[in-house]
Design a binder for this molecule. Structure first.
Ligand code: NAP
Length: 271
């Protein structure tokens, strides 16, 4: 491909789980890739794999997006390299399972910064460049947790409610400027997410979707110009009823499903 015709996609959280799959499937579609996350070794291994197998170009940028200023630095780095981003996949995200009052406040703040602030900052900075060119797309990875309050996943669920709401509103605003935005809402999916989230309430294994399928559903929905996509029929049915139930009922149901199986931690006033 000549450099003038290159399409660049930025994938955040490309070192594991859905991010690895986004990178592989986008490379198969011919995108050159900017891969970013904290674990550089994993990013470099993935970059070598897609360059070899799919003959695309890659740039690896190590970044901790939970840190103030990291997304601005990432955007500056893209500008300095002359990379015009055609597709932004805001995938990086973490959860933290358990009683909100027993969680270290610094981990909660970092999660909010990563799941919400960095996603907004990248969407605005790169979305504005797309709108000025009149083409581009943003896929924001949200969750079925965004459709109801989630006891024992209270802060994570609230960050994802933000992501779904923000993405739909942005889709409406920027569509006329030639930019597509999708709120991609996976349910339980086989990745490293549960380990990182310290999850002790797990849905049955049969409910889990493969990362490959989850990503394929998201990319196909983006191609079709959808604003919101819940992955899989069961998740779509659950989301449908969540959104149509009184919020207090949806909260109680989610709380029963998400109740930790291990004994509660001692409260430490957020230390
Ligand atoms: N798996 C599920 O069941 C599920 C369901 C609904 C929604 N989701 C959403 O799907 C997205 C991807 O998660 P996953 O399931 O693929 O989990 P995962 O396997 O744990 O991958 C998470 C990715 O995010 C990156 N990340 C974490 N903290 C970061 C930070 N501070 N700065 C930059 N990157 C960071 C990780 O890379 P490093 O650690 O190398 O930085 C990793 O690449 C998340 O937004 C998650 O909320 C997942």
């Amino acid at each position: 491909m000549s450099s003038a015709k290159r399409k660049w996609a930025v994938v955040t959280g490309a070192s594991a789980g859905l991010g690895v799959e986004f990178a592989r499937q986008l490379a198969r579609k011919g995108y050159d890739l900017v891969l970013t996350a904290r674990r550089r070794d994993r990013l470099e291994k993935l970059a070598a794999e897609v360059e070899r197998d799919m003959k695309v170009s890659t740039v690896v940028l190590e970044s901790d997006l939970s840190v103030v200023g990291a997304s601005a630095a990432l955007v500056r780095e893209l500008e300095e390299r002359g990379i015009e981003v055609e597709l932004l996949v805001n995938n990086a995200g973490v959860g933290l399972h358990g009683e909100a009052l027993a969680m270290p406040i610094d981990r909660l703040s970092a999660m909010i910064h990563l799941n919400v602030t960095a996603l907004v900052e990248l969407s605005i900075a790169l979305g504005a460049k797309m709108a000025m060119r009149g083409s581009g797309a943003i896929l924001n990875v949200s969750s079925t947790a965004s459709f109801q309050p989630n006891p024992y996943f209270a802060v994570y669920g609230a960050t994802k409610a933000f992501v779904t709401s923000f993405s739909l509103a942005l889709a409406h605003e920027v569509g006329p400027r030639g930019v597509r935005v999708l709120a991609h809402c996976p349910g339980p999916t086989r990745t490293e997410f549960n380990d990182v989230a310290d999850m002790s309430a797990s849905a049955g294994d049969w409910l889990y979707m493969s990362a490959e399928r989850c990503v394929a559903i998201g990319l196909s929905a983006l191609d079709r110009g959808r604003w919101l996509k819940v992955t899989g029929l069961l998740n779509a049915i659950a989301a449908f009823f969540s959104r149509r139930s009184p919020m207090w009922i949806a909260t109680i149901v989610a709380g029963r499903m998400m109740r930790p199986t291990r004994p509660p931690k001692a409260l430490t006033a957020g230390d």
